[in-house]
Design a binder for this molecule. Structure first.
Ligand code: GDG
Length: 494
């Protein structure tokens, strides 16, 4: 383990969590996220560094190298985890940015700690960034970092990507610290969102809360006594390492495992699958309600159709998540009690995570994937299912409230609040003829395989490079559904 303390880097990624986990024996294991896969080639060629929290309270570790990536750990105390992370990030921003599906908590001590911890991340990044380096900050936990970094290091080129939605102004405006967050983000040169609608919501918030002019494709940020700075805000829909999912799915042992899974479930005619973090944004309750009603009405027979639900444990110390788990498990128990037979369970429920191999086997075993999120930045599970189905089979039922629905138009698109509509879509998916399944899946696959995560990071970093060179003429204007959105300057200020 080489120490890299005094070194500086020309490419720095900053995210709440580091891309490595500490094993019980003290060694570091790469966590298999899509972001790491996407950035790995850039990291290697640019000799990059990754700044983030190592995942355990009060863990102070010196910078080290892991498999070609320089790791710069930022420690968080128990207090920081409770206030910055579980509090402000996951109990204020998360519900607020997801259409207040759950009520956000507004607590000044959470906010104060959010500011403090963001400053700590910004300081750590500023310390390791070389002169004129590119720094890419990730996600809602670190929205103040771009401005903090710019103040410390005006020489840097700063990108920010928001993995979750950006809410409409009517909701965003509830946030007592709404101006500070906007100004924090505007420290970046390029701000990326999942959907065009998210970028539009952000632009509207900029107009309502600041005096900066918005001229497509840039916001002109005027700070006292300094030249006007241009900030690009636009959509860069994230994706997955599609080829690696297909590759895994093509392995005979994974296909054999898919057959075993089907057998283990009693070889039902149709397996429907849900894979989600156990989160109230994912619409798991709505999905179960629809399925339960189909069984009760006799439109679906428990001998023919099984719903497999993987509910990956998440944020288990946040009260809303504890309550959600109780509700979901009560519902699963009721459905199984009411409709299960000795040989067939209605819902096969799993409250734990699985290795990637098993996930891909599940995708192959599932005739239908149900993505019923009430709000979701993108939803990578939908794209992983499509990438795995090299056999051009399987039906994707996809909520229109996911970012993925902007691209995956040949899925069966649903409004998960409309339970009857969702039930009809489930039946349509179960009954769909093989030919239609294949036509739809082929179209979905073209989309996912072309727009993979390497293309996503490539597009973002290219825009960042154009911004660095001041080549704003090279950055295409973003087309908002309502073109008028861009034309008004300096409308309101607070
Ligand atoms: C946020 C945004 C946005 C899940 N269970 C297991 C497992 N997973 C993996 C999936 C997928 C990932 O976790 C979940 O990604 P999603 O996109 O579905 O959702 P969030 O966790 O909420 O992610 C989201 C994303 O950021 C990226 O920008 O799309 O909207 O909310 O990759 O496969 N993986 C394994 N075992 C499991 O049991 N191995």
């Amino acid at each position: 383990m080489a120490s890299t303390t005094a070194k500086t880097y020309h490419f720095v990624v900053v995210s709440n969590r580091l891309p490595v986990d500490r094993a019980p024996d003290g060694s570091w294991v790469r966590s298999p996220g899509g972001l790491v896969t996407a950035l790995e080639p850039v990291m290697r060629s640019a000799d990059g560094a990754w700044v983030g929290w190592p995942g355990q309270p009060d863990l102070e570790v010196e910078p080290f190298e892991n498999d070609g990536i320089h790791i710069i750990p930022v420690p968080l105390s128990e207090y920081d985890i409770a206030n910055f992370y579980e509090g402000f990030s996951n109990d204020t921003l998360w519900p607020l940015y997801h259409d207040v599906i759950a009520p956000p908590g507004f607590h000044r001590d959470w906010w104060e700690n959010y500011v403090l911890v963001n400053q700590r991340f910004a300081d750590a990044a500023a310390a390791v960034a070389a002169e004129n380096a590119v720094v890419w900050v990730q996600d809602y936990q670190l929205q103040l970092v771009p401005r903090m970094l710019r103040e410390a290091r005006p020489d840097l080129t700063i990108g920010f990507f928001n993995h979750i939605p950006f809410p409409p102004y009517g909701i965003y405006s509830q946030l007592p610290w709404r101006v500070q967050i906007i100004e924090g983000l505007l420290g970046a040169d390029v701000i990326g969102f999942q959907r065009v609608a998210d970028a539009g919501n952000f632009l509207r918030a900029v107009r309502r809360l600041t005096n900066h002019a918005t001229k497509n494709p840039a916001i002109e940020v005027a700070t006292d006594g300094q030249p006007v700075r241009r900030v690009i805000a636009r959509a860069f829909p994230i994706s997955i390492d599609a080829a690696s999912f297909e590759e895994l799915a093509r392995e005979p042992r994974i296909q054999e495992r898919a057959r075993e899974i089907r057998e283990g479930l009693g070889n039902p005619k149709t397996i429907m699958l849900g894979v989600d973090r156990l989160d109230y944004t994912k619409g798991i309750g709505h999905r179960l309600k629809a399925f339960g009603e189909l069984l009760a009405e006799g439109r679906v027979d428990v001998e023919d159709v099984t719903l497999v639900q993987v509910a990956n444990p998440s944020r288990e110390r946040v009260a809303a998540y504890m309550q959600l788990r109780d509700e979901i498990e009560l519902t699963v128990g009721r459905i199984n009690g009411d409709f299960g037979t000795m040989s067939h369970q209605a819902v096969s429920y799993h409250h734990h995570g699985y290795p990637r191999d098993e996930m891909v086997a599940l995708y192959l075993a599932a005739d239908v994937l149900l993505v019923t999120a009430l709000r979701d930045g993108m939803n990578l599970v939908a794209k992983e299912y499509v990438a795995s189905r090299f056999d051009d089979d399987g039906v994707l039922v996809l909520s229109e409230f996911t970012g993925a629905s902007d691209e995956l138009k040949r899925a069966l698109l649903i409004n998960p609040h409309d339970i009857d509509g969702m039930k009809d879509a489930m039946v349509q998916a179960i009954e769909m003829a093989p030919k239609e399944r294949a036509t739809r899946m082929r179209a979905l696959r073209r989309r996912v395989l072309e727009n993979d995560v390497a293309r996503w990071s490539g597009n973002f970093l290219q825009t960042l490079e154009q911004a660095r060179q001041g080549r704003y003429d090279r950055i295409a204007p973003m087309h908002l559904p309502d073109e008028l959105e861009w034309t008004v300057d300096r409308r309101w200020s607070n």
